[in-house]
Design a protein around this ligand. Structure first.
Ligand code: FE2
Length: 500
C-alpha cells in the first residue's frame, strides 16, 4: 500500500496501527509460541514423496491427510468446534515476521495449486484483527519445450515468505521445470516488498528485478536497508518499449509497468506480466475479484479458520458453529471490512464500550478478548452481493483512489495490456484465477469509461462514504486533485444497525 493509505488509516482513527501492535500481544507471539510450533510435526521430507502435484492439490493436503491418518494429532478439527491447540507445522514457521508484524506472524502456511499447466499459485495469508486475506506468489514455467536439461526454468512473480514449506514446494517445481531464472517484485507495497529480498537471497543465481520507484516510509531508505540483495536490478518499464533482453525466456514473456504518483512523495507501481504459453497475465494489486466462498488458504488450515468464525459472531460471546454457511458469513464480513474499513451495512464502535467488554474475557479462546467493535445489520448480504457482483473483476477502492490521480497513465497501461493474447488474470490477492479476456479488462475500471465524469464504483455509495469523507476532508493533503473527485457509488439504501 502506498503512503497515502497509511495516512488514511492514521487519520481515520489510528485503529489499524493500534491493532497491529495490540494483535501481536493478543496472539502472544512469543518464544513459547515457537516452542509450541516446534513441538509438533514431522520433517518436511516426510511429505515430499515422489508424487505429482495435481491441479488444486497442495502439500498442505498431504500433510492434513497424514495427520488424520496418524490419528490423535492435536490439530484435528471437529465438526462443530475449533481445536484449542491447533498448530501450524514447523516448516511453515517464518522467523522474520517482525519486519511486518501482522497476522499470521510466524505461522505462515503456504498452499500451492496449479492454475493451468505451467502456472502455479503459492497462497499465504496476511491480515490484522482477523481481517485475513490471501497474499499470493505466482510461478510460471518457461522454455519447457527444451526440457529441464535443455534450458527450462521458472519465473517467480511477487515472492511470498520463503519458509521451509514454501521452499520445499519450490523444489518440486525446480525438479519438474528447471531452476529459478527470474524473480520480480512487481510493487512498492510493503506487504510484497517485505518478503522479496529474503526470497531472492535463496536463489542467488536468478535475476532479481524490482519496480524502479521503491521507497520506504516514514524514512526513504536505500534498497539495501529494505532487505533487497546487492544484485537487485530495476525492472525496465516495458519489455516492448525498452527493447533488449529482460527475461531469461524473453520470447515467452512480456511486461508493462503501471506507474502512478497519487500524491506528494508517494508512489504506486504494478506490473502486468504476460506468460504467452499459457495465456496468463499476472497483476499485483490493480485488479481483483471475490465471491462469498472463503479462499482455500483460510480453510485448509485449521488455525486460520478461526478468522472466519471470529467475524461470523453476532454477539461477543457467541460460540459459532464451524459450518460452511458460517464460514461464508465470516468471509463476507472480512471482505467488506478489508475493502471499506467501515462498510455501509455495519456499524463500527472503536470506543471504550467494546474494549471494556473485551477486558472482561481476557482469556477468550481466539484472542482479542473477543473484542467486537463491529456489528452488522439486515442489509449485510445485499451489501456484499452488490460489492461482489458474482465475482466480477473490479478495482480495490483504495487502489482506485490512487489510480484516478493519473488517468492518462492508467489508459496507456490498459491499452497495451489489451493488445496481449490472454484468457485469464491472476491477481496477488483474493480470488484467482479470473477468467478475463483482453476485451473484458476495461470493464473492471468503470471510472475509466468514455464520458465518465465521476470517480464511480459499482459498489453501494454507503460503503465508500467513509473513504470519501477521509479523502475530501482531513486527508485531502495526501493526494493530488483529480477531475473525477472522490469515490461515488450507487445509493443502495443500506441501513446500519443501531448499536453494537
Ligand atoms: Fe498487495
Amino acid at each position: 500500500m502506498s503512503r497515502d493509505i497509511i495516512c488514511l488509516l492514521l487519520a481515520s482513527s489510528c485503529h489499524l496501527i493500534a491493532l497491529t501492535v495490540v494483535s501481536a500481544f493478543a496472539h502472544r507471539q512469543t518464544s513459547a509460541d515457537r516452542a509450541l510450533i516446534d513441538g509438533h510435526v514431522p520433517a518436511p521430507g516426510l511429505f515430499l514423496a515422489d508424487e505429482d502435484i495435481g491441479v488444486g492439490e497442495s502439500l498442505s493436503d498431504r500433510r492434513s491427510a497424514l495427520r488424520r491418518a496418524l490419528g490423535g494429532a492435536a490439530s484435528l478439527a471437529t465438526a462443530s468446534s475449533l481445536p484449542a491447540d491447533a498448530v501450524v507445522p514447523t516448516e511453515a514457521y517464518w522467523s522474520l515476521w517482525p519486519a511486518l508484524p501482522v497476522a499470521p506472524y510466524g505461522r505462515r502456511r503456504t498452499v500451492m495449486y496449479e492454475v493451468v499447466p505451467g502456472v502455479y499459485n503459492f497462497d499465504q495469508m496476511i491480515g490484522i484483527y482477523y481481517v485475513h486475506v490471501p497474499i499470493r506468489m505466482t510461478v510460471v514455467a518457461v522454455n519447457q519445450e527444451r526440457g529441464v536439461a535443455g534450458g527450462g526454468g521458472l519465473l517467480v512473480y511477487a515472492p511470498v515468505a520463503p519458509t521451509e514449506e514454501c521452499l520445499a514446494l519450490m523444489d518440486r517445481l525446480i525438479e519438474r521445470h528447471g531452476p529459478v531464472r527470474d524473480i520480480v517484485l512487481p510493487s512498492v507495497a510493503v506487504e510484497h516488498k517485505v518478503n522479496a529480498g529474503p526470497f531472492a537471497r535463496r536463489f542467488p543465481e536468478a535475476n532479481f528485478y524490482t519496480v524502479d520507484r521503491q521507497y520506504s516510509f516514514p524514512l526513504d531508505l536505500p534498497d539495501s536497508f529494505l532487505g533487497l540483495p546487492p544484485w537487485t536490478k530495476p525492472l525496465p518499464r516495458s519489455s516492448g518499449r525498452d527493447g533488449g533482453k529482460v527475461w531469461y525466456a524473453s520470447e515467452e514473456i512480456e511486461h508493462e509497468v503501471l506507474t502512478v504518483q497519487p500524491g506528494p512523495g508517494s508512489m504506486y507501481q504494478d506490473v502486468a506480466l504476460l506468460h504467452k504459453p499459457s495465456g496468463t497475465v499476472l497483476v499485483c494489486d490493480a485488479v481483483f475479484a471475490v465471491t462469498d466462498e472463503p479462499p482455500r488458504v483460510l480453510t485448509d488450515e485449521d488455525e486460520y479458520v478461526r478468522a472466519l468464525l471470529f467475524h461470523a459472531r453476532d454477539s461477543k460471546d457467541e460460540a459459532v458453529e464451524d459450518s460452511p454457511e458460517n464460514r461464508r458469513k465470516g468471509w463476507r464480513r472480512i471482505v467488506l471490512l478489508f475493502n471499506f474499513f467501515f462498510p455501509g451495512s455495519g456499524r463500527g464502535d472503536l470506543g471504550l464500550g467494546p474494549i471494556l467488554e473485551a477486558l472482561k474475557t481476557p482469556g477468550y479462546k481466539d484472542g482479542w478478548g473477543g473484542w467486537r467493535p463491529f456489528s452488522w445489520g439486515d442489509d449485510e448480504v445485499r451489501d456484499f452481493e452488490t460489492f461482489s457482483a458474482g465475482g466480477k473483476p473490479t478495482v480495490l477502492p483504495i487502489i482506485q483512489i490512487i489510480l484516478s490521480r493519473d488517468m492518462g497513465e492508467l489508459r496507456r497501461w490498459i491499452e497495451i495490456v489489451e493488445t496481449w493474447d490472454f484468457s485469464r488474470i491472476v491477481p496477488m490477492h483474493l480470488d484467482a484465477p479470473l477468467a478475463i479476456k483482453p476485451k473484458e479488462l476495461r470493464s473492471a475500471f468503470r471510472f475509466l469509461a468514455d464520458g465518465e465524469s465521476t470517480n464511480s464504483v459499482r459498489f453501494c455509495d454507503e460503503d465508500v462514504e467513509f473513504l470519501r469523507k477521509a479523502e475530501e476532508g482531513p486527508l485531502s493533503f495526501s493526494v493530488y486533485e483529480t477531475p473525477l473527485g472522490a469515490l461515488r457509488g450507487k445509493p443502495c439504501g443500506l441501513v446500519r444497525p443501531t448499536k453494537s
